[in-house]
Write a protein that binds this ligand. Sequence first.
Ligand SMILES: Nc1ncnc2c1ncn2[C@@H]1O[C@H](COP(=O)(O)OP(=O)(O)OP(=O)(O)O)[C@@H](O)[C@H]1O
Ligand SMILES: [Mg+2]
Length: 373
Amino acid sequence: MTLRPAFLRRKTVLPQPDAASVLNALTSPVLLLDDAGVIQQVNTAVEDLLEMGAAHLVGRRLDALLPPDSPVFALIAQAAETGASVSEHGVTLDSPRTGHRVVTIQVAPLAEIADWIVVSFHEQSLALKIGAQLTHRSSARSVTAMAAILAHEVKNPLSGIRGAAQLLEQSCGPDDRTLTRLICDEADRIVALVDRMEVFTDKRPIDREAVNIHSVLEHVRRVSQAGFARHVRFVETYDPSLPPVFGNRDQLVQVFLNLVKNAAEAVPEEGGEIVLATSFQHSVRLAVQGSSARLHLPLAVAVQDNGPGIPEDLRPHLFDPFVTTKSGGSGLGLALVAKIIDDHGGVIEFDNQPRRTIFRVLLPVVPDRESEP
Ligand SMILES: Nc1ncnc2c1ncn2[C@@H]1O[C@H](COP(=O)(O)OP(=O)(O)OP(=O)(O)O)[C@@H](O)[C@H]1O
Ligand SMILES: [Mg+2]
């Protein structure tokens, strides 16, 4: 008897996964439509996209789930007509079910059965998100240079102006004294603004340690509820098994305080709600453009509010300094958030859906010292 080599023997017992489990392993939603536009099969990612379980989706017509003018249907019609696959980038899905998302849609006829069609949706890629994060980094850098100039060129003359006003105050009448007070108050306001910017000039590496992110969020919630978020209901959904963040506690408090403050300023007067959520994302490794390195940022912290969302024209520049829609706002809150997250090697992204604005911060865990070179 001849014994077959091990690798040949192993080959004969290879498991044969069915197509459904392969489809379910994909993070992009994929669905199969028959010739009448009825859903015949979905993967689990579709359940999240359409906010409905697979059992309810199969057997329903897609046009009963998405608005009839959705661009998906034009692509399906085109694929059915030409018998070839079509794809379109940057398609906006906007419906109560899907929320507002920009996706790439691919529609392909099924080879085996005539007029059956496979539709897949691909969210903005992680590479693009990283690209966006790199743009935030350049925002952080431009504000660094600006802050250094401001601190130098503005603060010094201001202290001179303030001193002169105080001298005048001693020799002028009560009417003029309101004017000298005004000069002093406005000078103080500008100094406070420049002080806020000075944090951007600090280029030293940050002091990092293992930080319990839940104690950070708990602290932020308490501070907020005692002040600017008194009118808001907080919901906390934390993953208690989360490992510590590798970060600077004070700076992380600053990040989430700024995000919660924005959320509190966005929510309606009545029924305002902020959700703070943490989760662990095993599989998320982000590729860095132009490098083979992979960022492993498994800790996700989300700050979600039920306000009106971020105005469309603001979105491309949201993390730039001085971008604000508020009368008393400085527009430095998110620029500072971007700088601190950048210093931590993390990523911040936002998702804007109707009545659901989410800022999601991805952060690194404490590195495993054993595995370091
Ligand atoms: N959760 C949110 N919902 C809606 N819009 C938001 C949200 N967060 C930020 N924005 C928009 O982004 C702008 C910039 O925010 P940022 O925190 O940088 O500055 P600001 O809040 O205007 O001023 P500051 O933070 O200095 O008080 C805001 O003016 C607002 O228009
Ligand atoms: Mg703000």
